[in-house]
Design a protein around this ligand. Structure first.
Ligand code: SF4
Ligand code: SF4
Length: 602
C-alpha cells in the first residue's frame, strides 16, 4: 500500500507497507534481477507472485514464472545467470532439498550474472513436513547466506546478496523464516523500476561448466578461496556491554534485542549479530565470561565459533525461538531474575478441507471401495485425507507413488495380497510423481493411482498448474494434459471422473479394483473437479441446498466419516445441523448419512 513519496537527491522513493516476501521481490527487481523461477511453497510463495505483479506494473522485460519443481526451477535460473542475466530462485525449505543437487555444483562452477537463492524456513513448523535450517544447506553447499532480522533487512540483504553474488560470481542465499516472510513493515522503495538492456552471452568454458572430476577439484579450491575472502570481510555487530555474550542472527536477534531493552539487561549481556552467519571468520571471544549462540533452527553459528547453545541444552533443540522461549533462555542462563511462562490455551482444532471440497468426496468414495487398502498420501491440501482415514503416509513431494510401489513389492515378496492406493494432486504429480510412476510401470507394480485434479496449487495460494493454457500473466502457453501422459505410458486402466458424481465414482473405483486384481497392474483414476476455493471453481459449482431432517439419530456418522466443517452437532437437540454461514450447498454430504436424513431441499 502506497503511503507517501520521499525525495533523496535526484531519485524519488516511496514508502510502501510490504511483507518480507514482497520486499525481497522488490529489492531483487530493483537490483536488476530479470530471471526468477520457483515452485510454490509456504512461506515463500508470495515472492514470485509479487515479482509477477512488479513485472506487470513496470512492464519489465523479465522472465518470472513458476516451474515444474524446485530442481528444474533452480537450474533454469542458474543457467540464465551463466549468460550474465542476474537471476534468482525461490523455494520453501523442503524445496531446497529437491534443488540441492544442482546447488552443490552451482557453488563449485560459480555464476556469471548474480544468482540469489531465497529459501524460506518454517521454524515450528507451521506448514511443513520438516523443521530444518536452510542456513545449514548454505554451509553444506558452501555458499554465503544472509539472515535478515526484520523486513527492512530482508529488503536490504536481498540487494546485498545480488552485489555479493556479482562480485564473487557465486550463488548467494537469503534465508527467511515464516515471520519475516509474512510480517509487514514500512519500506522505502524506488518509485519506479526501469527496464535495462539485457545482453545474454554464453562464453563457452568446458573446464568450468562441464568440468570433469579432476577439474572439479580445482574449482573446489577456487571456491574455498572465495569463501575465505568473504569470511575475512564478514564480522559480527556488537551491542551492549555485559560479560555474557549472546550471538544471534535472523528474527531471534530482534527478539533478544527487544528483551534486553525491556528488562534493562544492557550491563549484563553483550548481543552480537551476524548479518551473514556463514561464512564467519575466526573471532576471538575469550574476553567474555560465557559465549552462547541463540539461533533458529540449527547450531550454525554455534558450530563455526565453537560456542555454547544447543549442544549444551541451553537452547531448545526444536521449535520456534519466539519471544517467550527467548525469555526462558535468558532466565535459564541467569541474566533474568524471574520468568513467567505464557500459557495460552489454544483450541486444538485440527485443519480440515474446505466445505464442499471435491477431495473430500473422492476420499469418501475411495474409502467405500478400498476400505482395506494402504493409502500412500502426498503433499498438498489432500494431506488432510488423514482426517477421513484415507492417508497412511505423508513424506515428501511425489512419495505417494514410490511408496505405493514399495508397499506393493514388499507384500508380493511376502506372498500377501494387499491393496495399495497412491493419492496425489495434479501439481505434485507433475512435480515428482510422474518419474515415480514411470518407474512403477516399468517394474510391473500393481496399485491404484488416484490423481486429484483441481487445476490449481490450492494450498499455497492457487498458483496455476502445468495443465493451464495460460501462464501466470495470462499469456498463452502449452497446456500439459495429465491423461495424455498417462495414456502414452500404456496404462491399461484410465478413467476420469468428477468425484461429485458419487455413483459413477464408486463404479469406476470398483472397476479399478477388479482390473488390478485380474491384471496385477497399475490403474489410474483422475478425479477432476475445480477447487471451490477459487472464483471459477465456486462460480461453476452446482448449487443444491440440503437440510438435515428431524429423523436424524444423532449418531454423528456423517461428521466422523465425511468430516465437512459445515456439519455441526447441536448438543441441545442431539442432532446434526448445517452451518449455513460456511456451507456452499454442494449436497455432497447426502451420501454420508446411511439413514438418508440429509435431504435435498425441494
Ligand atoms: S445426519 Fe445421519 S449420519 Fe448424521 S448424525 Fe444424523 S443420522 Fe447420523
Ligand atoms: S452441502 Fe453438505 S457437504 Fe456441502 S458444504 Fe454444505 S454441509 Fe458441507
Amino acid at each position: 500500500m502506497l503511503a507517501k513519496f520521499v525525495f533523496f537527491a535526484k531519485s524519488i522513493f516511496m514508502i510502501e507497507i510490504l511483507s518480507g516476501n514482497e520486499a525481497i521481490a522488490q529489492a531483487l527487481l530493483e537490483s536488476n534481477v530479470r530471471f526468477a523461477s520457483a515452485y510454490p511453497g509456504t512461506p515463500s510463495s508470495e515472492i514470485l507472485r509479487y515479482g509477477l505483479y512488479l513485472k506487470s506494473k513496470y512492464n519489465l522485460n523479465a522472465y518470472i514464472e513458476w516451474s515444474i519443481n524446485e530442481k528444474v526451477a533452480l537450474e533454469e535460473a542458474l543457467s540464465a545467470s551463466f549468460t550474465g542475466i542476474d537471476s534468482a530462485f525461490f523455494c520453501k525449505q523442503v524445496g531446497l532439498n529437491v534443488a540441492l543437487d544442482p546447488l552443490m555444483s552451482a557453488s563449485l562452477v560459480g555464476t556469471q550474472g548474480a544468482f540469489v537463492v531465497v529459501a524460506a524456513d518454517d521454524p515450528g513448523p507451521y506448514s511443513s513436513q520438516t523443521e530444518q535450517d536452510s542456513r545449514m544447506l548454505a554451509l553444506f553447499a558452501k555458499i554465503p547466506v544472509f539472515d535478515p532480522s526484520d523486513i527492512k533487512e530482508a529488503y536490504d540483504f536481498s540487494k546485498k546478496a545480488v552485489e555479493l553474488s556479482r562480485t564473487y560470481k557465486l550463488p548467494v542465499m537469503l534465508r527467511t523464516t515464516t515471520r519475516i516472510s509474512h510480517g509487514r513493515q514500512n519500506i522505502v522503495v524506488q518509485d519506479n523500476i526501469e527496464n535495462i538492456t539485457l545482453n545474454a552471452e554464453f562464453k563457452k568454458d568446458p573446464a568450468r561448466f562441464a568440468a570433469t572430476p579432476k577439474l572439479r577439484f580445482i574449482l573446489h579450491k577456487k571456491l574455498n578461496e572465495k569463501l575465505f575472502s568473504i569470511a575475512s570481510k564478514n564480522s559480527l555487530k556488537f551491542d551492549f556491554f555485559g560479560n555474557i555474550l549472546l550471538v544471534s542472527s535472523g528474527l531471534v536477534y530482534s527478539n533478544l534485542y527487544e528483551l534486553i531493552q525491556e528488562h534493562k539487561l544492557q550491563d549484563k549481556v553483550t548481543l552480537a549479530k551476524a548479518d551473514m552467519p556463514y561464512p564467519l571468520p575466526n573471532i576471538d571471544l575469550s574476553r567474555f565470561e560465557k559465549a552462547i549462540a541463540i539461533e533458529e533452527t540449527y547450531p550454525l553459528i554455534e558450530l563455526q565459533l565453537n560456542l555454547q547453545g544447543r549442544r549444551n541444552n541451553i537452547v531448545p533443540k526444536e521449535g520456534e525461538l519466539s519471544m517467550d522461549v527467548c525469555e526462558q533462555i535468558l532466565y535459564n542462563i541467569g541474566v533474568l531474575d524471574s520468568f513467567v511462562p505464557v500459557n495460552i490455551d489454544f483450541k486444538d482444532k485440527p485443519p480440515s478441507l474446505c466445505p464442499g471440497c471435491a477431495h473430500r468426496s473422492a476420499f469418501f468414495e475411495i474409502k467405500q471401495v478400498y476400505s482395506d487398502a494402504i493409502f500412500a498420501g502426498d503433499i498438498g491440501c489432500y494431506t488432510l485425507g488423514v482426517n477421513l482415514g484415507v492417508t497412511d503416509t505423508v513424506f515428501c513431494m511425489g512419495a505417494s507413488v514410490s511408496f505405493a510401489f514399495g508397499f506393493d513389492k514388499a507384500f508380493k515378496l511376502s506372498d500377501k495380497n494387499q491393496h495399495v492406493v497412491a493419492i496425489i494432486g495434479d501439481s505434485t504429480f507433475f512435480h515428482t510423481g510422474l518419474s515415480a510412476l514411470i518407474d512403477a510401470i516399468h517394474n510391473n507394480a500393481a496399485f491404484l493411482l488416484v490423481i486429484l485434479d483441481n487445476s490449481t496449487v490450492a494450498m499455497t495460494g492457487n498458483q496455476k498448474t502445468l495443465s493451464s493454457p495460460v501462464n501466470s500473466l495470462g499469456e498463452a502457453v502449452k497446456p500439459i494434459s495429465i491423461e495424455k501422459i498417462v495414456r502414452n505410458l500404456d496404462i491399461g486402466f484410465l478413467e476420469i471422473v468428477d468425484p461429485y458424481d458419487f455413483k459413477k465414482s464408486i463404479e469406476v473405483l470398483k472397476q479399478s479394483k477388479d482390473y488390478i486384481e485380474k491384471n496385477s497392474s497399475i490403474a489410474v483414476i483422475i478425479f477432476r473437479h475445480l477447487c471451490v476455493n477459487t472464483d471459477e471453481g465456486l462460480k461453476n459449482n452446482p448449487i443444491i441446498k440440503v437440510f438435515v431432517d428431524n429423523d436424524c439419530k444423532g449418531c454423528k456418522l456423517c461428521i466422523d466419516e465425511f468430516e465437512c466443517q459445515s456439519l455441526i452437532f447441536n448438543e441441545d437437540t442431539k442432532q446434526v445441523e448445517i452451518d449455513r454461514k460456511t456451507c456452499i450447498d454442494c449436497a455432497q454430504c447426502i451420501y454420508s448419512c446411511p439413514f438418508g436424513s440429509i435431504k435435498v431441499l425441494k
